[in-house]
Design a protein around this ligand. Structure first.
Ligand code: 5RP
Length: 227
């Protein structure tokens, strides 16, 4: 029965639990970042005795994993992960995503790249036809921020430096984040390749080369699997 009264928090919890089906028992799992992933981490704790541990994409997730008794491995200690579970800010029908709302995009891309499958967990509000509605996060070397912002302006985008407590937000990697509005990303693969080559760009938050293998989408009617 559809449950229209479900809150977004409940939808996130539902999809976080559903992601357990994609965790390979006896192995190390890749863990992303964000409020949806936090629900997954809570669910993961219920099967912690069945996994070796996790590779984490942020200091925030690492703290949560450790607090729940899940061993965290450095990504350099592991060659390949069977599955990486992470959220998204936007996902289109091909599995291309925008990510980085939680400023963890660089480490997220690294862990995604060492994983055989990327299982995206999201609520239905994240599903879009064309990427670009959500301000695109771009991690930059601080000294390049203004120049990268001008390059986006030439492409019709408006880049804003992400702030926290009155100061530029500093990522886990010691860099800054630009959030870019006004883009319509119709060719995500080409766009990601191009922006990643701009001097000073650490990572662009388009995940096309590391797209989702499948998406678990939480709806009031239940969790849908998009492939
Ligand atoms: C963090 C991310 C998150 O996966 C993304 O922002 C979605 O977060 P949430 O589940 O809180 O909506 O990319 O860098």
């Amino acid at each position: 029965m559809p449950n229209a009264a479900m809150t977004q928090d409940e939808l996130k919890a539902q999809v976080g639990r559903a992601a357990l089906d994609h965790v390979v028992r006896g192995e190390i799992v890749g863990v992303g970042t964000g409020s949806t992933v936090n629900k997954f981490i809570e669910a993961l704790a219920t099967i912690r005795d069945q996994i070796k541990g996790a590779v984490s994409s942020s200091e925030a997730s690492t703290q949560r994993l450790k607090a729940l008794g899940i061993p965290v491995f450095d990504s350099n200690e592991v060659d390949e992960l069977a599955a990486y579970i992470d959220g998204a800010d936007e996902i289109d029908g091909r599995g291309y995503m925008v990510k980085g709302g939680g400023a963890a995009l660089t480490r997220e891309k690294i862990v995604a790249a060492q994983s055989r499958r990327f299982v995206c967990i999201a609520d239905a509000s994240k599903r879009v036809e064309v990427l670009g509605r959500f301000p695109l996060p771009v991690e930059v070397i601080p000294m390049a921020a203004r120049r990268v912002a001008r390059q986006f302006a030439a492409e019709g985008g408006t880049a804003t430096l992400r702030m926290k407590d009155g100061q530029p937000l500093v990522t886990d990697n010691g860099q800054h984040i630009l959030d870019v509005t006004g883009l319509s990303i119709r060719e995500p693969l080409a766009f990601e390749s191009e922006v990643n080559q701009w001097p000073g760009v650490v990572t662009v938050g388009v995940f096309a080369h590391q797209k989702a293998s499948l998406c678990l989408l939480a709806t009031p009617e239940g969790v849908q699997t998009l492939r």
